[in-house]
Write a new protein. Structure first.
Length: 287
C-alpha cells in the first residue's frame, strides 16, 4: 500500500499525489468493505475474504448482491492508481519492491552531486598545477633549443642529430600541453553540468539581500577580484552576504536569474555590478 506521507524527493504535481492518495484510500476501504460484507453474508465468506488469496474475487462471483459495493469501490481505487502511475511517468519506473524507491531522496542526490563536484574541482586544480609546471618546462626547453640552434653547425652531423632529438622531445611536450588543456576544458564542462544538475535538485531560493537593501557578492573561492571586493567592503565596514556560486545551488540559481556571466557579481540596494568596480561600489553605497 502506498504511504500517505510522501518524501520531498518525489517530483509529482498535486494532481498526481491526489490520485495516489485517493487510490490508497479507496483500495483500503474496498478491502475492509469486502471483509465486512463477507461476515454479514456469513462467517465462512468473511473468513474467505479475510484469509484466502483471491477470496474477494471468489466472493464477487458467488455473491454479487453482497459484493457489488466493495467491488465498485475497489475498481475506483484501481483506476485512480492507474491514472497516478501514468501521470507520474518516469518516476514510477524507479519503483522498488516495497514502493519506497518511487520517491527519490533529494538530499542524498544533492550530497552525491556535491561529492562529484568536489572531486572534479580537485582534478581541475591538479591539472592546472601540472599545466603550469609543464608550461615552465616547455618554455625552458624552447629557450635552450633556440640557443643551440643559433650555434648549430650544419656540417656537424652528430650535433644536428642531437638537436633534432631534443626538438622532437620538445614537440611531444608541447603536444602534452595541448592534451592537458583539453582535459581541463572537459572537466570544467563537467563541473558546469554537475553544478546545473545540483541546482535542479533543490528549489532556488532568492537571498533576501539580493532583492532588498543589503549587499550581496556572488563569488567563487578561486576568484581574485572577488577577494578584492570583499576586502574593500570589509575595510569600509560594510556588511555583506557572500554566496559561493559553486557551492550553493540556490545561490547559483539566483546568480543566473540576475543575468550573472562571471564573478564577482555584486548587488547593492538592488543594483548590479559585474566585476570589482570600486568607484561604482562607492557610488551605490552613498545613495
Amino acid at each position: 500500500m502506498l504511504s500517505a506521507s510522501l518524501p520531498t524527493g518525489f517530483s509529482a504535481d498535486a494532481l498526481t499525489l491526489l490520485l495516489f492518495a485517493g487510490a490508497a484510500l479507496l483500495l483500503c476501504i474496498g478491502s475492509i468493505y469486502y471483509i465486512v460484507a463477507g461476515f454479514l453474508t456469513g462467517a465462512g465468506w468473511g473468513l474467505v475474504n479475510l484469509l484466502l488469496p483471491g477470496g474477494s474475487l471468489i466472493f464477487t462471483f458467488a455473491r454479487w448482491d453482497a459484493a457489488r459495493r466493495p467491488f465498485f469501490i475497489t475498481v475506483a481505487g484501481a483506476i485512480c492508481l492507474g491514472l497516478g502511475i501514468v501521470r507520474a511517468g518516469p518516476d514510477w519506473q524507479r519503483l522498488g519492491g516495497d514502493g519506497s524507491s518511487l520517491f527519490s531522496d533529494a538530499k542524498d542526490k544533492h550530497q552525491e552531486l556535491t561529492a562529484d563536484i568536489d572531486r572534479t574541482r580537485e582534478e581541475i586544480f591538479d591539472l592546472k598545477a601540472r599545466l603550469q609546471d609543464e608550461t615552465e618546462r616547455v618554455a625552458l626547453a624552447y629557450k635552450a633549443l633556440s640557443e643551440k640552434r643559433s650555434g648549430l653547425k650544419t656540417d656537424d652531423l652528430e650535433a644536428v642529430r642531437a638537436f633534432n632529438a631534443e626538438a622532437a622531445q620538445y614537440k611531444s611536450s608541447n603536444e602534452g600541453l595541448t592534451a592537458t588543456r583539453s582535459s581541463i576544458g572537459e572537466r570544467e564542462q563537467r563541473l558546469a553540468s554537475l553544478l546545473e544538475e545540483r541546482v535542479a535538485v533543490a528549489p532556488p531560493v532568492v537571498p533576501a539581500s539580493a532583492s532588498g537593501g543589503g549587499v550581496t557578492i556572488y563569488s567563487a573561492s578561486w576568484c581574485g577580484p572577488c577577494k578584492q571586493a570583499k576586502a574593500y567592503l570589509t575595510s569600509k565596514g560594510v556588511p555583506y552576504q557572500d554566496i559561493d556560486v559553486e557551492k550553493s545551488p540556490e545561490g547559483a540559481a539566483e546568480f543566473r536569474r540576475l543575468g550573472g556571466r562571471g564573478v564577482p557579481l555584486i548587488v547593492i540596494k538592488g543594483e548590479k555590478i559585474s566585476g570589482f568596480n570600486q568607484a561604482r561600489i562607492d557610488q551605490l553605497l552613498a545613495r
